[in-house]
Design a protein around this ligand. Structure first.
Ligand code: OAA
Ligand code: MG
Length: 572
């Protein structure tokens, strides 16, 4: 019943997930409640029409001062609001004015989170209309600081917490979440939050932030998004001793204890939401990230943003950069600092793309790609600087999670044998960036093409303004996920990552290139996402992995028509 209501309410929704009619004219019992026997537990959900005071307290429906005179009469709001009626535009103007008064980014973050919990549509209106200004607040880098202080700033839960205490009961826990038509889950276990390390249960800020971008940038409706944190403990001693820590006070579970909880979770998700729910893994530690992707990639619709999303966004930047530096991908030599999720993911995708372009086997194409980790593992090279001097890469990519590792000497060496060295400092947040934009431009005498994971302001050097790019996976994952959702895809395939990459690179205009940009501006991100979604969906159909049949003819138009818009709805 609830999903039927939801489908009516969200006329602009991405997919109609209302219960299917059966052949006999009845309604399919998707949640198995009609068939439940006495000893099976069901949740006694009760849904009613919100009005009056409770309508003002419901973030999905609240419009604050924007309720019209007619709505105030019809919904028992008289006297509960001051007499003036504001437009959504005026509300937006007021809020942006207020947010700009705060000097401290974390204050901006908490005020935005409070808005999200008070008036969801207004929150998304702000985020969409002011994306370049607000992205660094709700997302990298401020979200990192928010996670570090999550215990202190925690007010209301914004997602599901599944801890070892819930072992054996995960399906029940999923049923406690008030929404049932879930299309995208972002899940973390908090072990490697950005480049900040193990933040345990406080990692929740990441799934919450990523999903708000799924809605704002990718147009997946908010009620279909579910943030989840799996709490198996933390090895962060500071948090374990912190009075305000919100998670389990124990060391991380590993081995069988860990994999059993995750397996129960993965099974419960599929059982509860079906085959087409996308599970995005986020900020797991390396070993678990690779294992989970390999283990569930063949049975579930899973996507690891740190491995696959980052790979796709970086490949797009490289393809675009070739317009500036010339040559083909295969003619370049790549050196990575950091052989974890991002480094390995990017390296593999570059090798795959080169192999497709040149028809050379991937074992061959991997040979132009070098990875160095923090211990300098390629014998006999022991430092990054030595590696740079010996390998003479054209492209240097930092994915080590450690700040200030692209030193002056390293950048100067890159600039000594490259006319336009391509330098990507991808570690997040800003404090972990391998070098700053200013350092890259100054040390290369303004010749570097630079992009970073976290945003940097434009830099003036020798009277010229350089605009750095932001090679962040948020260019890819919202559109990628939308493409999976609108095609009803049931598995992710590497060719979809290549399709997304290509679609993103195509969005870079001549005007952008003239400014030295290898990524398009975020201001157009919804159009970019629709194009990425269309390419990913097209690939899903081509590979026979799509279930939404027949295939819509114009996939870009279809993607656009599916995207959530945050304008207020009128209430009867
Ligand atoms: O969150 C971001 O900005 C990018 C990302 O996935 C990470 O750094 O883990
Ligand atoms: Mg991440």
């Amino acid at each position: 019943m609830e999903s039927a209501l939801r489908a009516i309410r969200d006329g602009d929704s991405v997919l109609d997930l209302s219960p299917r009619s059966t052949v006999g004219g009845g309604v399919e019992d998707i949640y198995g409640e009609d068939r439940a026997t006495e000893d099976q537990l069901v949740t006694p959900w009760n849904f009613s029409v919100a009005s009056g005071y409770s309508l003002l307290r419901d973030p999905q429906f609240n419009k604050g001062l924007a309720f019209t005179e007619k709505e105030r009469d019809a919904h028992y709001l008289r006297g509960l609001l001051p007499p003036t009626v504001f437009s959504q535009q005026l509300q937006e103007k007021k809020l942006m004015h207020n947010i700009r008064q705060y000097q401290v980014p974390l204050q901006k973050y908490t005020s935005l989170m409070e808005l999200q919990e008070r008036n969801e549509r207004l929150f998304y209106k702000l985020l969409i209309d002011n994306v370049e200004e607000l992205l660094p607040i709700v997302y990298t880098p401020t979200v990192g600081e928010a996670c570090q202080k999550y215990g202190s700033i925690f007010k209301r839960p914004q997602g599901l917490y599944i801890s070892l205490k819930e072992k054996g009961k995960i399906l029940e826990v999923l049923k406690n979440w008030p929404e049932r038509s879930i299309q995208v889950i972002v899940v973390t276990d908090g072990e490697r939050i950005l480049g900040l390390g193990d933040l345990g249960c406080q990692g929740m800020g990441i799934p919450v932030g990523k999903l708000s971008l799924y809605t704002a940038l990718g147009g997946v409706r908010p009620s279909a998004c579910l943030p989840i944190t799996i709490d198996v403990g933390t090895n962060n001693e500071t948090l374990l001793k912190d009075d305000f820590y919100i998670g389990l006070r124990r060391k991380r579970a590993t081995g069988q204890e860990y994999s059993e909880l995750l397996h129960e979770f993965m099974c419960a998700v599929k059982q509860n939401y079906g085959e087409k729910v996308l599970i995005q893994f986020e900020d797991f530690a390396n070993h678990n990230a690779f294992d989970l992707l390999a283990k569930y990639g063949t049975t579930h619709l899973v996507f690891n943003d740190d491995i696959q999303g980052t790979a796709s966004v970086v490949l797009a930047g490289l393809v675009a950069a070739l317009k500036l530096i010339g040559g083909t991908l295969a003619e370049n030599t790549f050196l990575f600092l950091g052989a974890g999720e991002a480094g390995t993911g990017i390296a593999e995708l570059i090798a795959l793309e080169i192999s497709k372009q040149t028809k050379a086997p991937i074992e061959e194409t991997r040979k132009k790609i070098w990875l160095v980790d923090s211990k300098g593992l390629i014998e006999p090279v022991s430092t990054l600087l030595e590696a740079v001097k010996i390998i003479k890469p054209t492209v240097l990519i930092g994915t080590s999670g450690k700040g200030q590792t692209f030193t002056k000497e390293v950048v100067e060496a890159m600039a000594s044998f490259n006319d336009k060295p391509l330098i990507l400092a991808l570690s997040n947040p800003t404090s972990q960036a391998e070098c700053t934009a200013e350092q890259a431009y100054t040390w290369s005498q303004g010749r570097a093409i630079f992009a970073s994971g976290s945003p940097f302001d434009p830099v003036e050097y020798n009277g010229k303004v350089y605009v750095p790019g932001q090679a962040n996976n948020c260019y890819i994952f919202p559109g990628f996920g939308l493409g999976l959702v609108i095609s009803g895809a049931i598995r992710v395939h590497d060719d979809m990552l290549l399709a997304a990459s290509e679609a993103l690179a195509k969005q870079v205009t001549e005007e952008n290139y003239k400014k030295g940009l290898i990524y398009p501006p975020f201001a157009n991100i919804r159009k970019i996402s629709a194009n990425i979604a269309a390419s990913v969906a097209a690939k899903a159909y081509e590979l026979g992995l799509a279930t939404r049949l027949p295939r819509p003819e114009n996939l870009v138009k279809y993607a656009e028509s599916c995207m959530y818009t945050p304008v207020y709805r009128n209430y009867r």
